[in-house]
Design a protein around this ligand. Structure first.
Ligand code: ADP
Length: 398
């Protein structure tokens, strides 16, 4: 069974075609600058070659047509006919409280995703554009929606209710939803497999640390708390997002500066986090380079990031009454030796002991805790596309 996985952003889309008999990648790629000048598709074939197609793409439908044409183009030897694609899996960011699992897309699902546009105005509209375009271009092929929020629907109310007037939850649906659910679920399951243990016996803390970062407490296979909230802005200090913040700062800024609320929200999303503190970059590689030559603000940004991750790990261990496994994933979690070490130092009192030598690793599945450490510390590369393809296969076959 071949499955196409689509992840549509506002002006970009990522895709992967997977052969699910052996979970191998047949092709992958990225379309950039949809709807703006300079649109291009970068297609990666299994021989490692990158093929760039530059042509105007006015919308997601045109972009997806170019992707599908490339997949069947004899020049790339990927597939001969679109009939070889059995199903399409779509990443959808927000399903509100509607879905706690992936679903086959029908009119009702589309309506539910449309209803959540208000909650994810930057993400759900392009996700819907991708779904509609595929339905038009590949009629009759089943489509599956895999939601970022779904895995977190198992959180108890004490984790998802904000201390606001309760009717704001009832009337306005203001609550913690949590995001990156596909990744947290995937790496938690992989961690249990890696250790040869049943996930239903484990207390796992999954740290997805990338441009956007979040941490989830996974107790016996279920999300019981997570650091992103009503939107993906809450929680850890991120590349450009602020994370936890005293809400009074927003009203203070509105009074004291020329910025209106929309502008402040934009700044909190795009000009804060480690970029805001360091005034250098949102990329941790740049910050680590700058810190290594003594840049004060870069060092401070990294310290603040590590401290929020540390506090959240300790808090989630408390919430679960202990922790058996800590998982690092995402660009930073998988690759940054110094961040993993900096996050976990001083946690030995909780049985969390990182092994300096084993931690000297990047991008591979590995245990990095000391041999006699009661808590297993694992690096597990995430693969959200494969997780989406697996759910799609299960639903289409089922
Ligand atoms: P996204 O949230 O966009 O999916 P990723 O998970 O790909 O992001 O993470 C991207 C981030 O990972 C980059 O901003 C960079 O800071 C970090 N990163 C990637 N490689 C390294 C590395 N070798 N060392 C430190 N940080 C890294």
């Amino acid at each position: 069974m071949n499955i196409l996985v689509i992840n549509c952003g506002s002006s970009s889309l990522k895709f992967q075609l997977l052969n699910m008999e052996n979970e191998s990648l047949m092709a992958s790629g990225l379309v950039e600058r949809i709807g703006i000048a300079g649109s291009q598709m970068i297609l990666k074939t299994t021989d490692g070659e990158k093929h760039v197609v530059q042509t105007p793409m006015k919308d997601h439908s045109v972009a997806l047509k170019i992707v599908l044409d490339a997949l069947v183009d004899p020049a790339y030897s990927i597939i001969k006919d679109l009939k070889e694609i059995d199903a399409v899996g779509h990443r959808v960011v927000h399903a509100g409280e509607e879905y706690s699992q992936s679903v086959i897309i029908n009119d009702e699902v589309i309506e539910a995703v449309e209803k959540c546009v208000e909650l994810a105005p930057l993400h759900n509209p392009p996700n819907l554009l991708g779904i509609n375009a595929i339905m038009e271009l590949m009629p009759g092929v089943p489509n599956v929606a895999v939601f970022d929020t779904a895995f977190h629907q198992t959180m108890p109310p004490e984790a998802f209710i904000y201390p606001l007037p309760y009717e704001w939850y009832e009337d306005l649906k203001i609550r913690r939803y949590g995001f990156h659910g596909t990744s947290h679920k995937y790496v938690a399951e992989k961690a249990a497999q890696f250790l040869g243990k049943d996930i239903e016996t484990l207390k796992i803390i999954t740290c997805h640390l990338g441009n956007g970062s979040s941490i989830t407490a996974v107790k016996y296979g279920k999300s019981v708390d997570t650091s992103m909230g009503f939107t993906p802005m809450e929680g850890l200090v991120m590349g450009t997002r602020v994370g936890f913040l005293d809400p009074a700062i927003i009203t203070y800024l509105e009074k004291k500066t020329e910025y209106n609320l929309d502008q402040i929200t934009h700044i909190l999303n795009h000009n804060c986090g480690v970029l805001g503190i360091s005034c250098i970059s949102s990329d941790f590689r740049d910050l680590e380079d700058a810190a290594s030559i003594g840049d004060y603000k870069a060092k401070l940004a990294l310290e603040i990031f590590r401290r929020t991750v540390k506090k959240t790990i300790a808090g989630y261990a408390a919430v679960m009454g202990g922790v058996d496994v800590i998982v690092f994933t995402g660009g930073i979690g998988e690759n940054s030796i110094v961040d993993r070490a900096g996050i976990l130092n001083d946690l030995e009192f909780m049985g969390i002991c990182i092994d300096e030598e084993k931690n000297n690793t990047r991008g591979v599945e590995k245990c990095i805790s000391k041999d006699d450490c009661p808590v297993s510390i694992l690096v597990i590369p995430t693969n959200e596309e494969l997780a989406i393809a697996k759910d799609t296969k299960k639903l289409v076959e089922g």
